[in-house]
Ligand binder design. Structure first.
Ligand SMILES: NC(=O)c1ccc[n+]([C@@H]2O[C@H](COP(=O)([O-])OP(=O)(O)OC[C@H]3O[C@@H](n4cnc5c(N)ncnc54)[C@H](OP(=O)(O)O)[C@@H]3O)[C@@H](O)[C@H]2O)c1
Length: 253
């Protein structure tokens, strides 16, 4: 019985920002658990690379070049997925950007861009994927937030605000969709080395922060795999509106 709780055979998962970084890990974990996977981002060459890796798991893979901040682009992406697979069972709202700046130096366009990718993006994806989940009375939405939804870091106000808002968006939507048998949860990674933060962790400040993490090291991408499969599978059928921290104790510090 236990083996079937995590089995995603026959499921179709959409992972935004699936062209590199954590999205690549999430897509691979879902494919390994049996799902067919759609990966999206704005860079087709990244998507092609990851698609090649995913096909090695023997699953169907679709790449869609799309921008999560653009409603027309999301609508078109969802249409393409439905035309190919006829269903969407799992939505991983992973695409995200950071935007480090002191408030007094904040470029308002940068602030708007961070909020737009990290908060408006997941909302638009839910808006357009939701009707397909509601119609079939089943679905899993996983919003990739961050430990910085709770912990604060200097100059990260735009990012932290967007990720905290995403947690509250998750809780609200979980309640809204509970009657449709759709579970909506947030996943909050701590620090994992990706292109989002490699410059920062190469700096002195980054090195000092790494040493201060309660677990004493950065996370390794594979340490997120169990969490994503749990939130995407039948194992989490009674779990909704919750926030799962995978952060090496970062949010305790
Ligand atoms: N790495 C960490 O330590 C960490 C910790 C906590 C939370 N997170 C969260 O995890 C998620 C992934 O982060 P990451 O570290 O893997 O970042 P990453 O390596 O920079 O990858 C981000 C992905 O999002 C895509 N993306 C960015 N803007 C987009 C847009 N407007 N439309 C569609 N796709 C877009 C990027 O592709 P294109 O630029 O080519 O579109 C890329 O595929 C983010 O939400 C991030 O906030 C990361």
């Amino acid at each position: 019985m236990a083996a079937t709780w995590f089995d995603l055979t026959g499921r179709v998962a959409v992972v935004t920002g699936g062209g590199r970084g954590l999205g690549r890990t999430f897509a691979a974990a879902l494919a390994q658990a049996g799902a067919d996977v759609v990966i999206t981002s704005r860079t087709q060459s990244d998507l092609d690379t990851v698609a090649g890796e995913l096909r090695e798991h023997g699953r169907e893979v679709l790449t869609v070049c799309s921008d999560v901040t653009d409603e027309g682009s999301i609508e078109a992406m969802v249409r393409q997925v439905i035309a190919r697979f006829g269903q969407i069972d799992i939505l991983v709202n992973n695409a995200g950007v950071e935007g480090t700046a002191a408030i007094v130096d904040m470029d308002v366009r940068k602030w708007d861009q961070v909020l737009s990718v990290n908060l408006r993006g997941p909302m638009l994806c839910c808006k357009h994927v939701g009707p397909h989940m509601i119609q079939r009375r089943q679905g899993k939405v996983i919003n990739v937030s961050s430990a910085l939804a709770t912990v604060v870091a200097r100059y990260m106000s735009a990012y932290a605000a967007s990720k905290a808002a995403l947690v509250q968006f998750t809780r609200t939507l979980a309640l809204e969709w509970i009657r449709h048998n759709i579970q909506v949860n947030a996943l909050c990674p701590g620090y994992f080395l990706t292109s989002l933060n490699e410059e920062f962790f190469a700096s002195d400040t980054g090195r000092r922060l790494k040493e201060r993490l309660p677990i004493g090291r950065l996370g390794e991408a594979h340490e997120l795999e169990g969490a994503i499969v749990f939130l995407a599978s039948a194992a989490s059928s009674y779990v909704t509106g919750t926030t799962l921290y995978v952060d090496g104790g970062h949010s305790l510090a």
